[in-house]
Design a protein around this ligand. Sequence first.
Ligand code: SF4
Length: 492
Amino acid sequence: MTNLTREETEALIAEVLEIYPEKAKKDRAKHLTVNDQSIEQSKKCITSNRKSLPGVMTIRGCAYAGSKGVVWGPIKDMIHISHGPVGCGQYSRAGRRNYYVGTTGINTFGTMNFTSDFQEKDIVFGGDKKLAKIMTEIESLFPLAKGISVQSECPIGLIGDDIEAVSKKASKELNKPVVPVRCEGFRGVSQSLGHHIANDAIRDWVLDKRDGDNSFQTTPYDVSIIGDYNIGGDAWSSRTLLEEMGLRVVSQWSGDGTLAEMELTPKVKLNLLHCYRSMNYISRHMEEKYGIPWVEYNFFGPTKIAESLRKIAGYFDDTIKEGAERVIERYKAQYDAVIAKYRPRLEGKRVMLYVGGLRPRHVIGAYEDLGMEVVGTGYEFAHNDDYDRTIKDMGNATLIYDDVTGYEFEEFVKKVKPDLIGAGIKEKYIFQKMGIPFRQMHSWDYSGPYHGYDGFAIFARDMDMTLNNPCWGKMKAPWIKDEAAPAVAAAA
Ligand code: SF4
């Protein structure tokens, strides 16, 4: 099918909704829309950040996932206790591929799972004593850990444990920060509230630790990277560009980041915000309390990278402005070569996305640099300020879906017939079995980085490798191909 008109897309949404009972249809209709670039405020066309309907297959995560899995988990020199039953931590352990430098188990702990492994008796009698004991054990086994965070799973909030009191006491005894995070999975409607709770915990327990301490030597070019989780090395390929243009990156939040870096962030001149959704809260706080401005940027694909480098440079003097131009020029031959190689193989291909955070809009430019078009996009846990930013990036009459259900996504794909889908592990095998090329756009499908100029080369290669893989021509089951054979044999 070629590109749909506005009327055809509207009809498609209506057709897909038809299967629902009346109440569910009315609710889901608010989350599906046809893009119209002339609309300034997305609230006029789409509803977001609402509870998923019981009975539909939502792809969302929980608040614990937002705090432990996204914001706190990548801080590499702290130990993050998944406080509660073993499964939440074990089944999410290391899945996000937040790369880091360090010796795991000695001075960094990113891929390890620490859990209080709640049993029935802990639910009945409370887990505070167990938590205190775990903290002492951690100190004796991993003395180089710079701090501890307590990531609450559902039962902790239900049984009313006082993790704040335990943390305060342990912090005094261990002489290290111990941060209780009330990110029980049932809070909010998705992982999004977990991001917010995690940001607030950093604000309350970490960020003011160096207030009034001016011993850190600052420069006029100090910045921090906020909302880059270093998936597959993303923050590293971003940091390179910022440093090459003359900036000093004081901290990375939170991929490959340390507690000390976080404590130093209030000393920087500008916060560079990549994932707006998960870390706008702390950026706003630093703006209010410390007067540090923040700016959103997008390091996917050369067009957006150049735009972003110039936007960031606009906050500094000519040295940095010239630095930005120098960087864009330095990498020009490299990214031109990537485009020359892959664009002819990918030109005109149509993509549907369904991811979280920033990617449903941020990667559009990178696809366009390769001559591809994103014809449908949506977020697991966006708010309307995310959709405000998405409307202008998507073409007119394209599909936008919020908290899309498993059924809706499959039906949209059947009708729109994209050449490539970018979503998560839960969607991957459904669409691959339907014969549609698929890339995981949360974990980069075990590849990456995708940020920066180096990342763009990998992104382009991966999209080509997936889309033009000969396996898609061999999807027909052999017995279907050979259907005529028995009849021939019988005739003979
Ligand atoms: S919803 Fe609760 S039980 Fe489920 S993963 Fe999240 S914290 Fe764990």
